[in-house]
Design a protein around this ligand. Structure first.
Ligand SMILES: Nc1ncnc2c1ncn2[C@@H]1O[C@H](COP(=O)(O)OP(=O)(O)OP(=O)(O)O)[C@@H](O)[C@H]1O
Length: 698
C-alpha cells in the first residue's frame, strides 16, 4: 500500500508567520514610545512563556503575572501588525486623507479669524482713489476663497478617510473571522467541543458571579453562542485597533501638534495658561485606562456567557417548552444581562467621569484664556480675530488631547478583544497537527483495507481523566460482517464508536488497518472519514435541501450515486411525496422530517462516501418501526457492497431481532468486553451477560 505524507493543511496559517520589527501600535501603546522588537522566535518564546504560566486551554487565558501579561500583549500587538501590513495601501491612503482632513480643520480657525478681522475692519481692506472714492480690494475675498478650498478639500479627505479605513477594517475583520472559524472547525478535537472548550479563566471572576451566572455552564467557551460573540464583537474591536483607532490617534496627535504651534505663534503666554490642564487630564486618563481594561475583560466574558446561555436554550427550545421553563429561563437571562449591564455601567461611568472632568477642566482653561486674552485685546497686543483663533485652537487642542486618551482607551479594549480572538485561534496544544498525519489514497489504499482491528484500546475523557471509559477493548471489524454492540446505559458504546471513528484518540492500545498494519490514529481526518462513517442515534441535518444534506459526506457524488444511495436506504418513497423532491428544504436540524426519515437520509449520506466500516447507533424506541427497516437497509448494504466491495457494520443495539441478524455480538460492561459470540451461542447460556442484559431491558 502506498502511503504519502499529506499535503499539509497549514494549521500554522492561523498563527503569525512573521513579526515586524516596528509596529503601528507599539508607537501608540509603548509608554515611552519605545518600539517593540518582536521577532518570530521571540513571539514563540512569548507564547511558550504564556503557555507555561497560564491556563490556555481553548479560548481563555488566565493571567498570573504582570510580566506574562506584558509578553502576551506584545505578541497580540505583533500579530495585529501583521494583519495591518496586509492592508498597507488602504491604511496609507486613509491615514493620509485623515491627516489632510485634520490639516483642513487646523486651517479653519485661522481663516475664520482672518475673515472676522476682514469683516470687522473693512477700511483696512479698502483702496481709496482720487476724490476719496473707496472700493473693497480683492484682498477682502481672500479668506472666503481659501475657506471654500479648505472646506471642499476637507470634505473630500473625510470621504477618502472613511472609505479607505473602513475597507481596511472590514478586510482585517474578514480574515480574522475566517482564521478563527477555520481554527475552531479544523484544529479542535471533539473533546474540546463536548467539554466546553476550557476551564474558564479567572476563578476570581466567577466568584463574583451572581446566582444566575453560576447556574450557567462554566465551560461555555466552546459553545456556539460564545464563539459567535467572539466572531462578531471581539473581531470588530480587534480590527478597529489597527485601522480607525490607530488613525484617530494619529489625527488627534497631529491636531494637538498643529494647535500647539499656532497657539504659541499667536500668544506664548496665553498658551502656557491653556496647557496647564494637560497633566491633570493625563493623570486621570492613566488611572481610567487601567480600570477600563479590567472592566472590559469582565464585560466581554459576561457577554460571552450570556450569548452561550441564550444559544443553548434556543437550540433546546423543545426541552424548555416541555418543562414549561420559558419564564425561568428568561429570568435567568435577564439576571445575566443585568450583570453584564452593571459591568458596562462601570466602564461607562469611568468614561463619563473622565469626560465630565475633561469638560470642566477645559472650560476652566478657556475662562482663563479669555480673561487674559480680553486684557490683551483691550491693550492692543492682540486683535479680536487672533483671540478667536486662539480660543478655537485651544478647543482643538482639548479635542485632540481627549481624542488621544479616548483612542488609547479604545485600543486597550481592542487589545483585550484581540487577545480573546487569538486565544481562540491558537486553541488547544493537544489538537493533532495535520502536518503529522498520513493520507490514504481514496481509490487504492482505502479499498484495500479488509478490516479494522482494535488491540487493548483504553480511553478516558480529558475532562474526567481519572475515570476509564474503555478498558483494554479488543475487537475486529471486517468488511461484510455485522457486529452488534450491546451494553447497559453508560457502558461505553457511544464512546467506543467515537474512538473507532477517530473523533477521540485512545490513550492506550492500537487501532490498525489490515492487512497493511497502518495505525488508524495516524491518518488525517479525510482518510479516517473515507474509511469509517457513523450514523448517530439522532443524526443532524442542516437547514438545506435533501440533496445537499445527502451529499455532505461526498460533495462530488454523481446524480447516479445519489440515486443509488437513496434507493438502498429506501428514501425515494418519501422523497417522491415531497413537493420539491430532492430540493425539499428539511428545516433547522431537519425538523420538517420524521425521525426515521432523518435517520434514513443520514444513512444515505454515510453510504455515499463508500466507507470500509459503517457504525450505526440504533434509533430509540420511539422510532422503532422506521428505525428497524433503516437497520435492515444498512445490513443489506453492508453485505451486498458495490463491485464485490462489502463493508463492515457495527450496530449499537438492544433489540433481539437486530441481534439475531448480526454475525457476532459483543457485550460491553463498564467499558470492558465481557462477552463475544453469536446470538445462538450467547442466548443458549442463560447465565450469559447478554441474557442478563436482555432480561433487565425487557
Ligand atoms: N464528553 C464526556 N466527557 C466525560 N465523560 C463522558 C463524556 N461522554 C460520556 N462520558 C461518560 O462515559 C461513560 C460512557 O458513556 P457512553 O455515552 O459511551 O455510554 P453508552 O454505553 O453509549 O450509553 P447509552 O447507552 O446511554 O448511550 C459514561 O459514564 C459517561 O458519563
Amino acid at each position: 500500500m502506498s502511503v504519502k505524507l499529506s499535503e499539509t493543511v497549514d494549521s500554522a496559517s492561523s498563527k503569525p508567520t512573521k513579526r515586524k520589527n516596528s509596529s503601528f501600535i507599539d508607537f501608540i501603546f509603548s509608554p515611552k514610545h519605545k518600539r517593540s522588537k518582536t521577532s518570530g522566535a521571540e513571539a514563540s518564546v512569548d507564547r511558550k512563556m504564556a503557555d507555561d504560566g497560564t491556563k490556555r486551554e481553548g479560548a481563555t487565558v488566565k493571567k498570573t503575572k504582570p510580566s506574562l501579561e506584558k509578553s502576551r500583549k506584545k505578541e497580540v500587538k505583533a500579530r495585529l501588525n501583521d494583519e495591518a501590513s496586509k492592508e498597507i495601501r488602504s491604511l496609507a491612503v486613509g491615514t493620509l486623507a485623515m491627516m489632510a482632513s485634520a490639516l483642513s480643520n487646523q486651517a479653519l480657525p485661522k481663516l475664520l479669524g482672518k475673515l472676522l478681522d476682514e469683516k470687522s475692519s473693512p477700511i483696512k481692506n479698502m483702496t481709496c482713489g482720487v476724490g476719496q472714492i473707496c472700493s473693497a480690494t480683492n484682498n477682502s475675498g481672500s479668506a472666503s476663497k481659501a475657506l471654500a478650498i479648505v472646506v471642499i478639500g476637507g470634505g473630500f479627505a473625510s470621504f477618502l478617510r472613511t472609505t479607505m479605513l473602513n475597507r481596511a477594517q472590514d478586510n482585517i475583520a474578514q480574515r480574522l473571522r475566517t482564521k478563527l472559524f477555520s481554527a475552531v472547525l479544523t484544529d479542535r478535537d471533539m473533546e474540546w467541543f463536548v467539554s466546553g472548550g476550557a476551564v474558564k479563566s479567572g476563578k476570581e471572576e466567577s466568584n463574583e458571579a451572581d446566582a444566575a451566572a453560576e447556574s450557567v455552564s462554566e465551560s461555555s467557551a466552546s459553545s456556539p453562542g460564545a464563539i459567535g460573540s467572539i466572531l462578531t464583537e471581539d473581531v470588530n474591536k480587534a480590527s478597529e485597533v489597527v485601522t480607525t483607532v490607530f488613525a484617530n490617534i494619529l489625527r488627534s496627535c497631529s491636531s494637538c501638534a498643529f494647535a500647539t504651534y499656532h497657539m504659541i505663534s499667536l500668544n506664548p503666554s496665553l498658551f502656557g495658561i491653556s496647557v496647564s490642564i494637560v497633566p491633570v487630564i493625563g493623570a486621570a486618563a492613566v488611572v481610567l485606562n487601567k480600570f477600563v481594561k479590567k472592566a472590559t475583560a469582565k464585560q466581554r466574558e459576561c457577554a460571552e456567557q450570556a450569548a452561550a446561555f441564550a444559544e443553548e436554550r434556543i437550540s433546546h427550545i423543545m426541552t424548555v417548552k416541555l418543562a414549561n421553563r420559558e419564564k425561568d429561563e428568561v429570568q435567568k437571562y435577564v439576571q445575566l444581562q443585568e450583570k453584564c449591564v452593571q459591568l458596562g455601567r462601570k466602564v461607562n461611568s469611568a468614561k463619563g467621569v473622565f469626560m465630565g472632568f475633561t469638560f470642566a477642566a477645559t472650560g476652566g482653561a478657556l475662562y482663563m484664556v479669555f480673561n487674559a486674552g480680553g486684557t490683551a485685546v483691550a491693550n492692543g497686543r492682540m486683535t479680536s480675530g487672533e483671540l478667536t483663533s486662539f480660543a478655537t485652537y485651544s478647543f482643538l487642542l482639548g479635542l485632540g488631547t481627549s481624542g488621544v486618551f479616548k483612542a488609547v482607551g479604545e485600543s486597550t479594549q481592542g487589545l483585550v478583544s484581540a487577545d480573546r480572538v487569538y486565544s481562540l485561534i491558537d486553541g488547544s496544544p493537544d489538537a493533532k497537527s495535520s502536518n503529522e498525519s498520513l493520507k490514504l489514497s481514496r481509490t487504492s489504499d482505502a479499498e484495500s483495507v479488509e478490516s479494522i482491528t482494535l488491540q487493548n484500546v483504553s480511553f478516558s475523557y480529558k475532562s474526567s481523566s481519572k475515570r476509564t471509559v474503555l478498558n483494554n477493548v479488543s475487537l475486529k471489524l471486517e468488511r461484510g460482517k455485522v457486529i452488534a454492540l450491546v451494553g447497559k446505559n453508560g457502558s461505553g458504546k457511544t464512546s467506543l464508536a467515537s474512538v473507532i471513528a477517530g473523533l477521540h484518540s485512545p490513550q492506550g492500545g492500537k487501532i490498525t488497518l489490515q492487512p497493511s498494519g497502518l495505525d488508524f490514529t495516524e491518518l488525517d481526518r479525510e482518510s479516517q472519514t473515507s474509511l469509517i462513517q457513523v450514523v448517530p442515534q439522532h443524526p443532524a441535518l442542516f437547514d438545506a435541501t435533501i440533496k445537499s444534506n445527502v451529499t455532505y459526506s461526498n460533495p462530488n457524488a454523481s446524480d447516479k450515486d445519489i440515486e443509488k444511495a437513496l434507493t438502498i436506504t429506501n428514501c425515494n418513497d418519501f422523497i417522491s411525496k415531497l413537493d420539491d423532491g430532492l430540493n425539499f428544504r428539511v428545516g433547522r436540524s431537519g425538523m420538517r422530517l420524521s425521525g426515521g426519515q432523518r435517520q434514513r437520509l443520514a444513512l444515505a449520506r454515510a453510504l455515499l462516501s463508500e466507507p470500509c466500516l459503517l457504525i450505526l447507533d440504533e434509533p430509540s424506541s420511539a422510532l422503532d418501526a422506521e428505525g428497524e427497516s433503516a437497520v435492515t437497509d444498512a445490513v443489506h448494504a453492508c453485505r451486498n457492497g458495490d463491485n464485490g466491495l462489502s463493508m463492515g457494520l457495527l450496530l449499537i443495539t438492544h433489540r433481539a431481532p437486530t441481534l439475531q441478524i448480526a454475525d457476532s455480538i459483543i457485550v460491553l460492561k463498564d467499558g470492558e468486553v465481557v462477552e463475544e459470540g453469536t446470538y445462538d451461542e450467547l442466548s443458549e447460556d442463560k447465565g450469559s451477560a447478554l441474557c442478563e442484559l436482555m432480561s433487565e431491558l425487557a
